[in-house]
Design a protein around this ligand. Structure first.
Ligand code: ADP
Ligand code: ADP
Length: 218
């Protein structure tokens, strides 16, 4: 469960997130929808403790991310997959993350297979296509078998098969009872994936309702 209350972030004169409050419940795919610049990434970064709020709070199972023990086992996140670079292979990349979080090697092999990177695992991650980088980022998010998953624009850069794969993955993670929050600037993407929608614009909440209700409203 994610609980956001009065969450606010200002960058100088820019208010990126403006008093947002919402909950993200387990067992559902919750879509986080808004145009570019609406404040989605800033909100997700604050939930993940990567940015400090100017006001309000963002809690995971009742506590700030930065205070969670074994955080990778609690929350997995895919943020900017284009940030993957350098000479390390996909496998080494995940192995380093696993090691620093007390996760065994067998789990690395397992998640590489799960995201379809088994064959490319030994190749330089920096040379991966964007779609492969997305899959590597998702493997990192799944590594700790977390109960909360946060994906920022996960279908960006994926081919149609990759997009279908992500949709099925999100559905499965929610069906397993996990909390799944996925951002997009495309309603067309959300229609295929989300059960619940949180819509923001200019940092403010515009809608928080079931997908069916949102579609019925027009
Ligand atoms: P979204 O993810 O919905 O596209 P962002 O959260 O990236 O939106 O951005 C929301 C607003 O905050 C935008 O106006 C953006 O320019 C601004 N912003 C985001 N990060 C920074 C930053 N580090 N410094 C200054 N402004 C920022
Ligand atoms: P280090 O292992 O170098 O001390 P971290 O463990 O904080 O540093 O992060 C290592 C890598 O794991 C970074 O690329 C970071 O983006 C990624 N990462 C951190 N937290 C998560 C998470 N909850 N889910 C997925 N990847 C994460």
């Amino acid at each position: 469960m994610i609980t956001v209350t009065g969450l606010t972030k200002r960058y100088g004169p820019t208010t990126a997130v403006d008093g947002l409050s919402f909950e993200v419940r387990p067992g559902l795919v919750t879509g986080f929808l808004g145009p570019n610049g609406a404040g989605k990434s800033t909100t997700l970064r604050m939930i993940l403790g990567l940015d400090a709020p100017t006001g309000g709070s963002a809690l995971v199972d009742g506590a700030p991310y930065t205070t969670l023990g074994r955080p990778l086992h609690r929350v997995g996140a895919l943020l900017d997959a284009t940030a993957v670079h350098g000479g390390r292979s996909g496998r080494r990349h995940l192995a380093a993350l696993a090691r620093s979080n007390g996760i065994g090697r067998a789990r690395v092999t397992e998640v590489l297979a799960e995201v379809g990177l088994a064959d490319a695992a030994g190749k330089r991650a920096g040379a991966y296509s964007l779609g492969m980088k997305q899959r590597l980022g998702i493997a990192a998010a799944l590594l700790g078998d977390p109960s909360v998953l946060i994906f920022d624009e996960p279908v960006n850069g994926l081919d149609p098969e990759g997009v279908r794969w992500i949709r099925l993955l999100l559905r499965r993670l929610a069906a397993e009872g996990r909390t799944v929050l996925v951002s997009s600037h495309l309603m067309s993407e959300m229609e295929h994936t989300a059960d619940h929608l949180i819509v923001i614009g200019r940092g403010r909440l515009l809608a928080d309702c079931g997908m069916a209700e949102f579609v019925a409203r027009g």
